[in-house]
Design a protein around this ligand. Structure first.
Ligand code: ATP
Length: 228
């Protein structure tokens, strides 16, 4: 079997906030590889560093130390990073949050299309792709509904459609099922698995939700900023 190249490769990543007495070491010397088509859980107590790790892998914040490559491209190397983080986020990464973060004044279709327009597509092309994605996630009958008219499960499916809009290689989800009952949580995890398999994407899910632990290929545990 050919060894698979990692999609995300982190080595010796550290991140602190503040200095002196107020300094918090949020991550210490984290080394980790994530591979295409896997669905990985990230677990740990509150304040252990999960969101910080997600934000570093998602190119939202930079670490203080370490090296990170995404999809074969060097993103951080020590202090000097010339990478365009906004571009990387738009091109390679999709985010899903617990409370879906849909824009309340846009309908489902435009909540998905807006990401594509930000990335430079015309409105009509963006809406066409949005319709395809809503169809893929089996929520196309709610395309013209506003977020306040959607059930929790429907809203989360629209949020997943939005996260998939740019064909991301990496999907980062922060507690995506915490607000859902078991059945809807199962549907969301089925969809994330489908994306990982059909699009060779890597899915990393921060979760405290025990009802989905059996859906992960493997689980990473972080405690006091250290990956165990
Ligand atoms: N912007 C910031 N400024 C200062 N400290 C921060 C900042 N972001 C995170 N921290 C601190 O870094 C540590 C790790 O926080 P992080 O949010 O990564 O934890 P978490 O595991 O995601 O927690 P939770 O499960 O409660 O969301 C905590 O001590 C937190 O207070």
């Amino acid at each position: 079997m050919t060894p698979r190249a990692p999609l995300a490769e982190l080595s010796g990543i550290s991140k602190h906030f503040g200095e002196g007495e107020t300094r918090v070491d949020a991550l210490r010397d984290v080394t980790l590889s994530l591979y295409p088509s896997e669905v990985v859980g990230l677990l740990g107590p509150s304040g252990s560093g999960k969101s910080t790790l997600l934000n570093i892998i998602g190119c939202v914040i930079e670490p203080n130390q370490g090296r990170m490559a995404l999809d074969g491209k060097l993103v951080f190397d020590g202090r000097s990073s010339g990478a365009d983080l906004r571009r990387l986020r738009l091109d390679k990464i999709g985010f899903i949050f617990q409370f879906h973060n849909l824009l309340p004044f846009l309908n489902s279709r435009d909540n998905v299309a807006v990401v594509l327009e930000l990335a430079g597509q015309s409105r009509s092309a963006a809406r066409q792709r949005a319709d395809e994605l809503l169809d893929y996630l089996e929520v196309s009958n709610r395309a013209l509904a506003s977020p306040s008219q959607l059930s929790g499960g429907e809203a989360q499916r629209v949020a997943i459609a939005r996260a998939l809009a740019n064909h991301p290689r990496l999907i980062l989800a922060d507690e995506p099922t915490a607000a859902l009952d078991s059945q809807r949580a199962g549907i969301v995890m089925d969809l994330l698995r489908k994306v990982a398999t059909e699009q060779s994407a890597t899915v990393l899910v921060v979760s405290h939700d025990e009802k989905i632990f059996d859906r992960f290929d493997r689980m990473l545990h972080v405690r006091d900023g250290v990956l165990g």
